[in-house]
Design a protein around this ligand. Structure first.
Ligand SMILES: [Zn+2]
Length: 416
């Protein structure tokens, strides 16, 4: 199974917006760019919403049918590890092997020795044309890379072989993610991580490193855009070189996680992937749920009431809701609107506070982040929430499609 050049992580918490998301991809195709969808829902999301991996598969299949989508599509077992991968074996054909927690755990001395011995000859890859942040990797640095990353790579190998034994080598796409690590990986580190993955026999088709700066959920990039730009381009060069040097899939590409709403990076990513004819996987999904809330608010009446209730309850349970997302949100509680104020809002007031339009002074990124993690509240509303989605299907769908196409696909994948 060979993943296409451009892919986008879609999906939604409540599995009602698949068709609306496909609409955006069909619009891209009409304009000459094929981007394939990868429905992703992590174990964390499934646990919070109370769904099973098979539900994501059914939602994807029925959206594809409804929209008559002719290209490939994938269902991602997002951020899995050995302890929960089995739940996803039947329904997924894309696996994001998350090994961030294993970074820093030290591999056996013997294994490190073998790593150093087999990698030493690749030290000559640096200086690498175009990569200016690392001009030379010393033996000592290689040893440090081995100590820090080899165990995580071996863990990726363990998960990969486990999946391959159950599904067969050619029946899934493997992504390796370290984006939830504490520190970013430099382009040079990425090169040796890829070397080690090849050595471990992992046919990795997309890799999600942790980039410089903060990728918070549902809001724009926080950090130095210039530093990201350099790093992203150097990562592309390193990957191209690694593919030529090691036994790795030719279509190996970068994956950008928490990729929703990183508006200040999109023009940079667009230019870089065009310049280097590189592929890209962009993982978005969580903000589809926010478009549902915007749609409900705009529908007015009971829809608006539901959207308000979600906020009122989320505000009350902020600690609990933020806990699983601690490292990927940054909410200033003093800037959250008072629930009583929100209860008095009109449709426009609610939608404008939530919609990610940085030019609108009414946009509130703290309000947006709290609602982003507040989907548990809607999940607990059960059927009454799902009924609301159905009642306002049209206006929600319009918001979902526009958000994905205009704000994401257009600036990243379509030439301006
Ligand atoms: Zn991730």
């Amino acid at each position: 199974m060979i993943l296409e050049q451009y892919s986008i992580g879609v999906g939604d918490r409540f599995a009602h917006q698949g068709a609306a998301q496909l609409c955006a991809l069909q619009e891209a195709e009409r304009r000459g760019v094929t981007i394939v969808p990868v429905w992703n829902k992590s174990f964390r999301e499934h646990s919070i919403v109370g769904t099973k991996p098979g539900d994501t598969r059914s939602a994807a299949d029925s959206a594809v049918k409804e929209r008559g989508w002719k290209n490939s599509y994938y269902v991602d077992a997002d951020h899995i590890g050995l302890k929960n991968v089995d739940l996803f074996i039947d329904s997924s054909n894309f696996f994001t092997l998350d090994v961030a927690d294993y970074i820093g755990k030290t591999a056996g001395e013997k294994d490190i020795e073998i790593f150093i011995r087999s990698m030493s000859k690749y030290l000559a890859a640096f200086p690498m044309p175009g990569v200016r942040t690392t001009t030379k990797v010393t033996e000592a640095e290689l040893l440090a890379i081995g100590r820090k990353y080899l165990y995580a790579v071996q863990e990726a190998g363990r998960i990969y072989r486990h999946i391959a034994a159950k599904k067969g080598l050619d029946h899934f796409v493997a992504e390796v993610s370290t984006d939830e690590a504490n520190e970013p990986q430099t382009p040079a580190q990425l090169f040796f991580i890829l070397a080690a993955l090849s050595h471990e026999g992992v046919k990795v088709q997309t890799i999600a490193p942790k980039f410089t700066g903060s990728f918070l959920k549902g809001i724009d990039y926080v950090g130095s855009v210039a530093a990201f730009s350099t790093e992203f381009e150097e990562d592309l060069l390193v990957i191209a070189h690694a593919v030529k040097t090691f036994d790795l899939p030719k279509n190996l590409k970068l994956s950008v996680h928490s990729g929703s709403d990183k508006f200040s990076l999109y023009p940079i990513i667009h230019r870089a992937i065009k310049k280097h004819s590189a592929g890209l996987h962009l993982k978005t999904a969580g903000t589809t749920w926010l478009e549902e809330l915007i749609g409900l608010a705009m529908a007015g009446g009971a829809g608006l009431d539901t959207a308000k209730q979600v906020y009122v309850k989320a505000y009350d349970r902020i600690d609990e809701l933020c806990k699983p997302y601690e490292t990927v949100i940054d909410i200033d509680r003093a800037k959250l609107p008072d629930p009583r104020t929100v209860l008095s809002w009109t449709s426009e007031e609610y939608a404008n506070a939530l919609r990610h339009n940085q030019k609108d002074p009414r946009y509130n990124l703290h309000f947006r982040q709290l609602l982003h993690v507040g989907y548990k509240v809607a999940a607990e509303m059960g059927d009454s929430y799902l009924q609301m989605l159905k009642a306002s299907r049209e206006i929600i769908g319009k918001n979902v499609t526009e958000n994905l196409f205009d704000r994401h696909i257009k600036p990243i994948f379509l030439s301006s």
